[in-house]
Design a binder for this molecule. Structure first.
Ligand code: FAD
Length: 398
């Protein structure tokens, strides 16, 4: 398919470079608006080599990172639900989530700031209430308090990406998987995209290449770095499933640090799950605060081996926090996080009028990814954004 505009021939209205968390949804939301979309992904959608592997991602509505993220989380949830319907896959679990820490900690203050700004139905818990309602996490420091976010939960990253790519295809997008883009060259009239074996001319480009984003937009101050993800099992005879250990971000007793994660979930059979497909279960997941400084790792050369001693710290933090969890990891893998200097994403226009970006995960973007894809689409077509996303404007670092 091609179209002509002021003497220019185009292969598509827009190319989306990288179909991971944000790009898969950007392609879907662009195609759903009737645009002619070309999507490029260097691997198979849902692969393990970018920022979106590991079975689960925490979802929160009372977003401690910025109150402006709450409307984005809510729009994302609507879109995850749409993708559940179109794919027949369960993608989103609402478990509720508990944030724990000292009253003046970033975890508590940030969560309450978002809750107050949007009048969210959170509950404020003192230490006694936490101990009574959540005995599995009763190890607290004196003075710790909790905030219960009933809208928190989990999203399944790999399945959600596959569902979004399928939805993009169904809406008419032409998707090239296992296709490596080597060059993105914008000019006044359009953008030339070069892959290993072809060249395309498009009106606009959305660069959503995650840890690889600075290959195409080098002015973005983003740092990709290797992280290790760990899973754990309940001690013999104990319960550490999601019903007693829903989503959490919390301080660690006796330590000046915090951890995030969730309980285990047994597999679900199709017959038990309201018409959804079978679903493999997962173990307890716990991760440390990634506080930097961050090595600027080459995403093509990430060390995928796990080395002796690498899980010692998280094992120690789990032992200090959860009496019912065996601190010996049951599973370990590597993933790539891409940090921005202010820990917010980069979503929207760049200095070049034909280039829009979506990325800068900073460790908390998956929950929002479907809605960030929508913001990318709105930026490409020049539509009013569904919420004020000025704090994510990539040009703030210029
Ligand atoms: C350990 C860890 C824990 C996290 N926990 C949470 C959490 O609990 N909750 C939460 O909301 N978020 C969390 N995040 C963040 C979230 O997972 C990431 O923000 C998000 O997955 C990144 O999405 P992305 O679209 O920017 O990148 P990706 O999903 O990595 O997508 C980029 C895509 O671009 C493709 N690509 C790159 N270069 C090219 C090229 N040249 N040609 C073609 N394709 C290309 C890549 O192959 C990839 O598929 C976590 C991240 C990590 C690492």
């Amino acid at each position: 398919m091609s179209s002509t505009d002021r003497g220019n021939d185009y292969d598509a209205d827009v190319a989306v470079i990288g179909l991971g968390a944000i790009g898969s949804s950007a392609a879907w939301r662009l195609a759903a608006r009737g645009l002619d979309v070309l999507g490029f992904e260097q691997f198979e959608p849902g692969h393990a080599w970018g920022g979106s592997t590991g079975k689960t991602r925490l979802f929160r509505v009372a977003c401690l990172e910025h109150p402006g993220l709450t409307p984005i989380a809510r729009r994302a949830r609507e879109l995850w639900r749409e993708l559940e319907t179109s794919s027949g896959e369960r993608l989103f679990f609402e478990t509720g989530g508990l944030m724990i820490g000292p009253p003046d900690s970033h975890i508590i203050e940030g969560t309450l700031r978002a809750a107050d700004a949007h009048d969210l139905p959170v509950e404020r818990l003192d230490a006694d209430e936490i101990a009574r309602r959540f005995p599995a996490r009763a190890r607290l420091d004196p003075g710790d308090v909790g905030v219960w976010d009933p809208e928190a939960g989990l999203v399944r990253p790999e399945a959600a990406i596959v569902a979004a790519v399928d939805a993009a295809r169904a809406a008419g997008a032409r998707i090239h998987t296992n296709t490596h883009v080597i060059e993105v060259e914008p000019d006044d009239d359009g953008v030339t995209i070069r892959t290993d074996d072809a060249e395309y001319r498009v009106r606009h480009v959305a660069v959503t290449s995650g840890p690889w984003i600075t290959r195409f937009v080098p002015e973005l101050p983003l740092t990709p770095h290797r992280v290790v993800m760990t899973w754990f099992r309940a001690r013999d005879g104990r319960n550490a499933n999601l019903d007693v250990l829903p989503v959490f971000i919390r301080s660690v007793p006796g330590r000046d640090t915090w951890i995030w994660g969730h309980g285990a979930m047994p597999g679900i059979h199709a017959g038990d799950s309201d018409g959804f497909d079978d679903l493999d279960g997962f173990d307890v997941k716990v991760g440390p605060d990634f506080d930097g400084p961050f090595a600027d790792d080459d995403p093509d050369a990430i060390d995928r081996d796990i080395h002796p001693g690498e899980t010692d710290e998280i094992r120690d933090l789990v032992a200090a926090t959860f009496p019912d969890v065996d601190p010996e990891p049951s599973g370990v893998t590597t993933c790539i996080m891409t940090h921005s200097p202010d820990r917010q994403f980069v979503v929207g226009p760049t200095a070049h009028p034909r280039v829009v970006v979506g990325g800068g995960c900073s460790g908390h973007s998956f929950k929002h990814a479907s809605a960030l894809g929508e913001l990318v689409a709105q930026s490409v077509v020049g539509e009013q954004a569904f919420t004020d996303a000025g704090f994510l404007d990539p040009r703030r670092f210029a």
